[in-house]
Ligand binder design. Structure first.
Ligand code: SF4
Length: 448
């Protein structure tokens, strides 16, 4: 049968869809692009997406337009949290929860349309770890490797612990094989991923820093990026391992959410602005070239103008390289949804706009500070219209450079020449491809 997929939400969802695609292929199905005529459609949903149900309905309508007889299966975080609501959407044949996501094949064998949708959603009392890895995009130069899933924290705005269950981790003994397999598939960068990655703990007691130590000892032409890590789980041991490593890149993404201690308390985050500030200074002293990114939520209930100004000043004073700004929106089943002092939507939007402008300014300052340096870029996409390749440096500077379209997409040494304000990109000159050099020369260049 033909099967197509549609994925919403985070990178872990994309990794898991990729795993699902492999499973369907192994069973002899043909994967087709979403929108093409197909027999089965699987939608992997997200609960963080605003208007998850409207979005879901829209995707189902699109799928049924080209394939009116297709079996429609819905999985993911939204399916876990609101299975009945999804089952009531016209056209849906089955709903699969988080624990059932990668077991669709053992649950359904016929994939025929039904009048009454089947619901396979358990309560995630003892969730297991499902393996997942995927290419970042079609170019297959960067891969996501899921090391951890779920979360034991209880941030008051977040539905993820309910949607994905308790924290669990890939057995430490499996990690090396997974990395080698990705290297053999031709990936030059692996992004270590998880919902609460820093909380990695396998049954033998291995922690996240043990993974970093393992990675640091590898001599393969692959660089490693840490996806996102909670600030309370980054310590000097971790920073020291990264600083002494030749293959873990200096890029740290640490969610901030707010610069106000009062709001952080209401969010039930596990650090104070002061602790966060100390951490950013430590990162900067261990890794002076590091790109430091943060998530921020604006418009959380009770966030007064004064709290918001506190956040702006806090961010202005720290060496951030970029921000991911989210407008708070009420999520059913979370404590914050019941908090009073809701912020009007127009104010939330204005605050979002202001922080996005601040993010652009921070990015510009960071990119400009890198001009003149030599870095390593993995060419990711080629733009025929201007003959330019685009890729990221080890410290996450988005870079554009001239090269022939036929170059091998392997690490290349570049000099960063100038910053382009309009495109928010750095123009660079390609110096030489590192693939022509022995691996030993590739690695020292990573830390220039
Ligand atoms: S750390 Fe907080 S925000 Fe992140 S997944 Fe866990 S509960 Fe959600």
């Amino acid at each position: 049968m033909k099967v197509s997929f549609y994925t919403l939400g985070c990178k872990l969802n994309y990794s898991e869809t990729s795993q699902l695609q492999d499973q369907f292929q192994q069973k002899g199905h043909e994967i087709v692009r979403f929108g093409e005529r197909t027999d089965i459609v699987i939608v992997n949903t997200c609960t963080v997406t605003e208007n998850a149900d409207t979005e879901c309905r829209k995707i189902i309508r699109r799928a049924l337009k080209t394939s009116p007889d297709a079996f429609i299966g819905i999985t993911g975080c939204y399916a876990q949290l609101q299975p009945e609501e999804i089952a009531s959407i016209e056209g849906v044949d089955a709903v699969f929860g988080t624990a059932e996501k990668l077991k669709i094949h053992s649950l359904i064998t016929d994939f025929t349309k039904t009048d009454t949708p089947r619901i396979y959603v358990d309560e995630l009392l003892e969730p297991s770890f499902d393996y997942a890895q995927s290419a970042d995009s079609d170019n297959r130069t960067r891969a996501f490797l899921k090391l951890q899933d779920g979360c034991n924290y209880s941030c008051s705005f977040c539905t993820i612990p309910k949607a994905r269950g308790a924290s669990r981790s890939m057995p430490f003994a499996d990690i090396l094989n997974r990395i080698i397999s990705l290297e053999q598939q031709g990936f030059y960068e692996i992004i270590l991923s998880g919902i609460n990655l820093g909380d990695y703990k396998d049954t033998e007691g291995k922690k996240f820093k043990d993974i970093l130590t393992l990675i640091s000892s590898l001599n393969i032409p692959v660089r490693f990026r840490i996806g996102s890590i909670e600030p309370n789980l980054v310590d000097n041991d971790i920073l020291s391992i990264i600083a002494h490593s030749t293959n873990i890149v200096p890029h740290i993404h640490i969610p901030l959410q707010s610069g106000s201690s009062e709001i952080l308390r209401k969010m039930r985050r596990r650090y104070t602005p002061h602790q966060y500030q100390d951490l950013v200074h430590s990162i900067h002293s261990y890794l002076p070239q590091a790109c430091i990114g943060a998530d921020v939520i604006v418009g959380f209930p009770g966030e007064t103008d004064a709290h918001f100004e506190e956040t702006c000043t806090f961010i202005q004073d720290l060496p951030f390289s970029y921000l991911h700004v989210f407008t708070y929106s009420e999520r059913e089943l979370t404590p914050a949804a019941a908090y009073d002092q809701k912020i009007p939507m127009n104010i939330r939007k204005l605050r979002n706009h202001r922080l996005r402008n601040l993010s652009s300014l921070k990015r510009k300052e960071f990119y400009q500070s890198q001009i003149g340096m030599h870095k390593i870029v993995i060419p990711e996409s080629y733009d025929n219209s201007n003959g330019m390749w685009i890729g990221w440096t080890e410290n996450y500077v988005r870079t554009q450079f001239h090269a022939t379209p036929s170059i091998v997409q392997s690490p290349i040494s570049v000099r960063l020449d100038s910053y382009d304000d309009n495109l928010e990109i750095v123009h660079a000159s390609a110096l030489h491809s590192l693939i022509e050099h022995p691996h030993k020369q590739f690695i020292p260049l990573l830390i220039q």
